[in-house]
Each structure stands twice: as C-alpha cells, then as structure tokens.
Design a protein around this ligand. Structure first.
Ligand SMILES: [Cu+2]
Length: 259
C-alpha cells in the first residue's frame, strides 16, 4: 500500500501523522460541540387556546348503561355548569343533573350524572348555566342559563339507556353417597352463574367433577361440603361425576344440561 503523504512505496511513519490529525479533529470538534454548538431540545411550547369569547355547546346522541351522559364539547366564557334538562313538550324542563363547577375554557367529554333516565330513549337538553360566584350550583336560583344574543345556549340530544340483563345465580346442592349423586339431573340456562355445593352424605371420600367444563370440588370426607362457582356459558349436556376410582362406574354420575 502506498503512503498517501510521502508517496513512499512502502508503509512509512507518515500514517501516524494522519491518525494523530484525525484524533485531534475528533477531540477539538467534540469540545466545541459540547461547549456551545449543542443545545438540548426545548420543551414544545404549550398551545394556548384563544380565550372563549362566546359560550357554546356541542352534543351527540348516545347510548348509555348508567345514569350518566357525556357532553362532546362545551365552551364557557364565564365559569359555570352544564345542566341537563328533561325535554317536556319539546322544551327544556325539569333538571336531571349538572356538571361540576367548570372554569372558563373549552372542554371535551364532560360527564354529567343524571337522575331518572328511563330505559330506552330519553329526550334531554344540555344547557350552559352561569355560576353566580360561589362555585355552588343553585338553580332555581342565581345560576341562571347563559344567554348569547338573547338566546339560551342549549342543545337537544337523545340518550338511549340500555340495561344489561342481570345474570341469574343458581344455587344447587348435590348430595353424594355410595354410590349415587342426587339430583342426577340438573338443568340451567346458558349464562346462569352456578354455585354448586357438593355435600358428602356417604361414609367414604367423594368429590364432584365436570371435566368438560374444567370445574370440580376437592375430594372431601364424610359429612363435609365444598362449593364451586362458574358460569354456564355454552349450551350443551355435561356429565358430572365422582372421580374417586370406581365411583363413577358404580353410579356416582349425572348430567348437567345447559339450555
Ligand atoms: Cu365417590
């Protein structure tokens, strides 16, 4: 390899000069970079929304399962509350609930707890009320509806409330003896929560298993009980039995039918 500096045909001492120059460049360059050239990134400036010049409210129809509604967007020029009125003859009527005290500004997705939502459709109005300065909602009273151009700031919305069907808890006691399980046939509805207590009314150890559903009691002695709880989600017929060797074949079995 040819020396780049002195053009000597052989490797010479010149290469070390090159190495030293590179090291110096790195050190000096690094020094200046750290001293002045490098600036840590500054935090992004906070985006300040312009002050609210006019009260406004935006709502959307919604489905709920609890007595609570969500206001999509609301702008308060002055501190106040979002108040939910029931529609009476198409006009804002009885108050069903109000938001917490809200300072001036624009807010998204404010929740308001309301009372007396009916199952099915509820026709409601969301209205902005002003606070009279004590941070306590008073209406009827001084916390009156806000007006813009002499009009109340209000939007109507339909809130559909659905009530989840309550699952039924079925409590069943199964007695085990030598060699039977009683009842030997149990029928429940899909979705039922089952609480099965196995009672050993025999004189030797037994248990209660439904392997197809992955549930079972402990193996217990005479006079003892053990309880299992599970939800019968899938329809079908499942065999229950005592898994102590020989007991199932001797009659300790039965059927759980989930309809
Ligand atoms: Cu048994």
């Amino acid at each position: 390899m040819k020396c780049l500096i002195c053009k000597s045909e052989k490797m010479c001492g010149c290469k070390w000069i090159g190495v030293i120059v590179i090291i110096l460049v790195v050190i000096i360059g690094g020094y200046f970079l750290l001293k002045g050239g490098y600036q840590p990134p500054e935090a992004l400036p906070t985006v300040l929304l312009p002050p609210v010049t006019q009260a406004a409210i935006t709502v959307q129809d919604q489905q709920v399962t609890e007595d609570q509604v969500t206001i999509q967007e609301v702008s308060f020029k002055d501190p106040g509350y979002v108040v939910i009125h029931l529609s009476e003859d198409g006009k804002p009527g009885k108050v069903l609930g109000n938001s917490d005290f809200v300072e001036s500004g624009t807010y998204n997705n404010i929740s308001v707890v309301v009372s007396e939502l009916q199952e099915g459709e509820n026709f409601l109005f969301a209205m902005i009320h002003i606070d009279d300065g004590d941070d306590i909602y008073e209406f009827p009273g001084d916390d009156v509806p806000v007006k813009v151009d002499d009009k109340i700031v209000v939007k109507s919305m339909t809130v559909t409330k659905s009530i989840a069907p309550a699952s039924i808890v079925r409590e069943i006691t199964v007695s085990g003896t030598e060699f039977s399980l009683s009842p030997a046939s149990i029928t429940v509805s899909a979705g039922d929560q089952l609480k099965i207590t196995f009672r050993n009314d025999g004189s030797i150890i037994h248990n209660f298993k439904i392997t197809e559903l992955g549930v079972g009691t402990k193996t217990i002695g005479s006079g003892k009980t053990d309880t299992i709880e599970f939800t019968a989600s899938a329809s079908g017929t499942y065999t229950f039995f005592c898994s102590v060797p020989g007991h199932r074949a001797n009659g300790m079995k039965g059927e759980l039918t989930v309809q």
